[in-house]
Design a protein around this ligand. Structure first.
Ligand SMILES: Cc1ncc(COP(=O)(O)O)c(C=O)c1O
Length: 410
């Protein structure tokens, strides 16, 4: 076993060697521009892109023509959200001027920030608060719908806690109300099954580097029929990708994305089952050995390969230091000046202290049983050691309710 072990697959995944192999010829031999329609180099590159388009479409249950290649999920989200808002904006109608949008407070920044920009431009955005379990339900969206709602954008699975929203049900609601439905499926697609028709999705974002493909390539699925979704382009230029995304295609990246989707489709079921067993083993191990431990998010409606655990009575940075042989994420985000507790955990009602002492472990295609054993043992050892230094933990053990203590101010 090589240290440090990698348990941060929700941040990024290694490229599958089969993906790299598929990409290699497109750097040197098949280097043409797919836009070059009048010679063999262009045709060859175009063939690579079109194969990838089919591989992605097959993963999503979509038509090839509905696949738009982008630079990643951030760009896909921007095109989907801003592109739909500008296209379906109402000229002064409704309560909100330009139209009403529904999203959620614990979305990725690549959804929150485009929504916030639209709010500055005269749209009105409702950011739903998830319950303590982190799940957005159809009923919550239904409660927020208005006659002037034009767009709903909700992630399929959360990147920090792995919770799963009621996407097919929310999609059905949107279709009933003739509202465009976008889902950021960056953490879902390629790991869990997608059928854009059965799941009632109009727009879907995904990213290569979360599914064992390369970085800097992504996909936006855009529904073409029942209903045909239209988007206003954000970048003007050569009109590539049906005008949704001008610019010479990243052929190598796209070929890699396609191959990653093909492998995901073939191996998803086996990977899922194996990873769920490993994740459960890790969680069981840690919760059996330690008290004052909380697994964040809904108990069942969670991705099989991801867990987010908070440990009471330990200091967050100390915990990361004690576990430096495990590459994972903490419940703190580094801003320029300070460590901020995760807004996702805060959104669930987790306190600042506990958010800081939270760990996100995300397992992947090559995570082994041995690595899970090792990570479990390291975390238990680290937490136990830190708690030995904690007077508050001693008081807790003596049965004192820490939350009721009135601390003297000096
Ligand atoms: C849910 C979610 N959306 C969007 C992104 C951004 O993806 P990309 O790095 O491809 O721009 C990420 C990656 O962290 C993510 O987890």
């Amino acid at each position: 076993m090589r240290l440090p072990i990698y348990m941060d697959h929700a941040a990024t995944t290694p490229c599958d060697p089969r993906v790299v192999e598929a990409m290699l010829p497109y750097f040197t031999e098949k280097f043409g521009n797919p836009g070059s329609r009048n010679h063999a180099f262009g045709w060859e590159a175009e063939e690579g892109v079109e194969t990838a388009r089919r591989q992605v479409a097959d993963l999503l249950g979509a038509d090839r023509k509905e696949i738009v290649f982008t630079s990643g999920a951030t760009e896909s989200n921007n095109i989907a959200i801003k592109g739909a808002a500008y296209m379906y904006a109402r000229a002064g109608a409704g309560q909100s001027g330009r139209g009403h949008i529904i999203s959620c407070a614990i979305e990725h920044k690549a959804v929150l920030d485009p929504c916030k920009r639209l709010a500055k431009e005269g749209f009105e955005v409702t950011f739903l608060d998830p319950g303590a379990d982190g799940v957005i339900t159809r009923a919550m969206v239904e409660g927020a719908m208005r006659p002037d709602t034009i767009l709903v954008s909700l992630m399929w699975a959360n990147n920090e806690i792995g919770t799963i929203n009621e996407v097919p049900e929310i999609g059905a609601l949107c279709h009933e109300r003739e509202v465009v439905f976008h889902t950021d499926a960056t953490q879902w697609a390629g790991k869990m099954p997608v059928d854009v028709d059965a799941d009632n999705i109009d727009l879907l974002s995904m990213s290569g580097h979360k599914i064992y493909g390369p970085k800097g390539v992504g996909v936006l699925y855009v529904r073409r029929r029942k209903p045909r979704v239209r988007l206003q382009a954000l970048v003007d230029g050569g009109g590539q990708e049906r005008n949704f995304r001008s610019g010479t295609l990243n052929v190598t990246g796209i070929v890699g994305m396609g191959k990653a989707c093909e492998i995901a489709r073939a191996e998803m079921d086996a990977d899922r089952e194996r990873l769920l067993k490993l994740r459960k083993k890790l969680e069981d191990r840690v919760t059996a050995a330690l008290d004052v431990v909380q697994i964040n998010g809904h108990a069942e409606k969670r991705l099989p390969h991801l867990t987010n655990i908070s440990f009471g009575f330990v200091e967050g940075e100390g915990l990361m230091m004690a576990c430096k042989d495990i590459a994972m994420s903490s419940g703190s985000a580094c801003t320029s000046a300070s460590l901020e507790p995760s807004y996702v955990l805060k959104g669930l009602g987790v306190g600042d202290e506990l958010a800081h002492s939270s760990l996100r472990l995300s397992l992947g295609r090559w995570t082994t049983d041995e690595e899970v054993e090792f990570a479990g043992a390291k975390i238990i050892e680290g937490v136990t050691k830190l708690r030995k230094l904690s007077p508050l933990y001693d008081m807790h053990k003596e049965g004192i309710d820490i939350s009721k203590i009135e601390w003297a101010a000096h």
